[in-house]
Write a protein that binds this ligand. Sequence first.
Ligand SMILES: CC(C)[C@H](C(=O)O)[C@@H](O)C(=O)O
Ligand code: SF4
Length: 462
Amino acid sequence: MNNNKKTLFDKVWDAHVVETIPDGPQIIYIDKHLIHEVTSPQAFAELESRNLEIFRPDQIVATADHNVPTLNQEQPIRDESSRNQVQQLTENCTKNNIELYGLGHPYQGIVHIIAPELGITQPGMSIVCGDSHTSTHGAFGTIAFGIGTSQVAQVFASQCLLLNKPKSMRITVNGKLKKDVQPKDVILYIISKVGTNGGTGYFCEYAGSVFEEMSMEGRMTVCNMSIEMGARGGMIAPDETTFAYVKGKPFAPKGEEWEEKLAYWKSLKTDEDAIFDAEFSFDASEIKPMITYGTNPGMGISLDEIIPVPQNESEEKALQYMGLKAGQSPSDIKVNYVFIGSCTNARIEDFRSAAQYIKGKNKSQNVKALIVPGSQLVVKQIYEEGLDKIFNDAGFQIRQPGCSACLAMNDDKIPEGEYCVSTSNRNFEGRQGQGARTILASPLTAAKVAIEGRISVFENLN
Ligand SMILES: CC(C)[C@H](C(=O)O)[C@@H](O)C(=O)O
Ligand code: SF4
């Protein structure tokens, strides 16, 4: 930065600096620490082995999400290592007075879904979790990022982290999105242009009319995938949409505190002449519904394109894994699974848009279609709004909340060699099960594929 103007990121970062080491890293205060069963056990063990106490248990919120089954959650978990991990989390939370929304709790769900919907995530905060998709919370104008297990222990012990300030990037998308283009398509498009390493070393702000007009659910989908272009995190300036979303949530500030916080939140915008280390800008009208065809989220094309010629060995290998050939049309792919879920796209708005498309139709016979709500509160909304009837009538299976088929850590796995059109965020080799082939897409595209039994373009895209 070579003027005194500040970016949104600078403002939130500077407000959390506890100490600066000259020409070195800074100590940053962490407002909220989210934990789940996979990345917390070693951190608890480390504290115990060093005889350290958890410094601020009130700032920690825990949930069980990665390993949990999505059927019969009221019964003991059958898989032994999953059962042990969830049990371990429960014991650690009880011992250390940490709030746990475990199985059976009305607030249980995927960590990145529950914190925003409960009002735990608020503008201007610093939020960490031992989980790469913590970037999701940046949708509220928070600095939110994933940390490793040794950093989880650091935060347990001190509520602080020693960090080097990342570089700043802004991605601006202005204009009007075409009909049927969803936030997921916007981020898949951005990653296909910027590349999976394009954001490495940066914290990214999303700006422009497309994000200003986007719902909070959509902004979360976008920020969620920031990590997939290598960025440390993503964020969007809080505005009236943000404030309206937070207001009235169980842990949102109330009364006078709300007014005070609101006044501060309104100051959280990038100054007009602030300088970014890198800038990209895209035109909304260029973006069409997207899918991925390879084994990283940057290998994306619009539905009306053909599989491109691989440019290097790793792309060749990706096509081989996917069983695809350059020049092939996506409509030739034999899709047998559709998964609508994950911290990217398992919020109520995602299910509403899928249900709206599905209503009155039947799923294709060759497709097994899973609806996995991101949280118990989303489940409740699905039933209250009668979306369950639409999904059931169409032959979709509604499951209980968890990470599910986003990653193969629980019972929900895609069989070897099968194609799954998935609303999750990663299409790595083996991500959804050994040999499984993942095609990332929006909830609307996934719903359409489930009905038609294959990938096809949307008519009348304007
Ligand atoms: C298990 C967890 C550490 C992991 C992550 O960090 O993101 C998972 O959530 C994922 O999406 O791959
Ligand atoms: S839903 Fe998927 S991406 Fe999100 S936290 Fe769970 S495993 Fe990670």
